[in-house]
Design a protein around this ligand. Structure first.
Ligand SMILES: *Cc1c(COP(=O)(O)O)cnc(C)c1O
Length: 381
């Protein structure tokens, strides 16, 4: 079993990993789990993300909560590579997860820890998919679930949340407005709040995407990785995995980390704006609007972590408009057979934009994340 401590991502605060944790009590920034070094490539026989249990926060005697999340396909798309103009291109297809998005990964780990630490229920604000995932994992864990979601959340996602028995509260506004209500409820109840980067364990589930990539590519990493970024948990998690693997000798010594590319929508692009202005923090985006609901996050708590990792990786950030997102969602689906979500379309559109602008090499091997399922957004069929 691994042992870990929780360290602030911004100041020198640390605490043991076996106690309830939110954000850093000193500075309010995200806490991240730090493990004792782990012997090379230890994977278990499990066929879900707990395959990487040697580097996940699970203690002796605890029961994990799993619905078979993770271990998603890495689909090579040569036709798409030609069309976009890069050497090789793969889609990491997160639509294959329970409830149709990578949010399942984070919830498997966070709900496991919440239950182990004695939560009587779990609550979150969501732009959609995190609500569906927490509803599923709460049901699996036997814990009551409360979800605050914008009224504008795609109807199929709201329907999944309701059908899994969660207590759904619709909010006028965006995920930031939902967050205020969620935090207020958590403060007056015993429910654990599992909001993006406001507790340290969802990101541990997300990081397994990085471990999987390395394993699926035989210990190599791509030249660039394009992620549709909202709260930043996926992007931060993958970058954390690369660092852990390097520190523990899980990767070849001469491994080169990918350029981390943050994809956003022009209707809500706080990280892109901060990146272009060379800032180390983002200011909240006013009136966020995009049909790619998962990346409609105007004021992410992970802004500093994101801007730091873009810099460290020599990466980039770019935004695309609604028409480009629609066009590339269609292209992604039709040219690969993957159930493309608008967020995946945004990532593909950003990939093309950066190639066209000469910011991404035509010689690059690129992994584009399809973070969710198109079916969760379709109401016209
Ligand atoms: C949540 C979500 C995102 C954004 O992920 P973050 O980890 O919040 O950056 C992207 N795509 C989909 C489908 C999502 O549900």
């Amino acid at each position: 079993m691994p042992t870990w401590t929780l360290s602030c991502s911004s100041c020198d605060y640390t605490q043991p990993g076996d106690a309830r944790a939110g954000v850093c009590p000193k500075c309010g920034q995200p806490l991240l789990a730090r493990y004792a070094p782990v012997a090379p490539w230890t994977t278990s026989q499990r066929w879900d993300l707990w395959r990487y249990e040697s580097v996940l926060p699970l203690m002796e005697g605890e029961t994990l909560v799993s619905l078979g999340e993770g271990l998603t396909p890495l689909v090579e798309a040569p036709g798409l590579a030609r069309r976009i103009g890069v050497r090789r291109l793969w889609i990491k297809d997160e639509a294959q997860n329970p409830t149709g998005s990578f949010k399942a990964r984070g919830m498997s780990v966070a709900v496991t820890r919440a239950r182990a630490l004695g939560a009587t229920g779990v609550v979150i604000p969501t732009a959609g998919n995190a609500g569906a995932a927490i509803a599923a994992y709460g049901a699996a864990a036997g814990l009551p679930v409360r979800v605050y979601a914008p009224r504008t959340t795609p109807a199929p996602i709201l329907s999944i949340i309701r059908s899994l028995g969660a207590d759904l509260h619709l909010v006028d506004g965006h995920i930031g407005d939902a967050g205020k209500l969620s935090r207020a409820f958590a403060a007056e109840s015993d429910f654990f709040e599992l909001s993006t980067l406001r507790e340290p364990y969802r990101v541990e589930g997300m990081k397994t995407m990085g471990y999987e990539l390395a394993e699926q590519l035989g210990g190599r990493l791509p030249d660039a990785l394009v992620y549709p970024t909202g709260g930043g948990e996926g992007t931060v998690g993958i970058w954390k995995a690369f660092g852990e693997m390097r520190d523990w000798g899980w990767l070849p010594n001469d491994v080169r980390f990918p350029q981390m590319i943050v994809a956003q929508a022009t209707g809500c692009a706080p990280i892109v704006r901060a990146f272009e202005a060379h800032e180390d923090r983002a200011t909240p985006w006013e009136n966020p609007a995009t049909h790619a609901a998962g990346i409609r996050v105007p004021g992410p708590l992970g802004d500093r972590l994101l801007l730091r990792l873009i810099g460290e990786s020599g990466g980039s950030a770019a935004a695309v408009d609604e028409d480009a997102i629609r066009e590339h969602t269609k292209t992604l689906a039709e040219s690969t057979g993957v159930d493309a979500a608008p967020e995946g379309g945004a990532a593909l559109a950003v990939t093309r934009l950066l190639v066209d602008q000469g910011r991404l090499s035509r010689d690059a091997e690129v992994v584009v994340f399809n973070t969710g399922s198109g079916a969760s957004y379709r109401v016209d069929t």
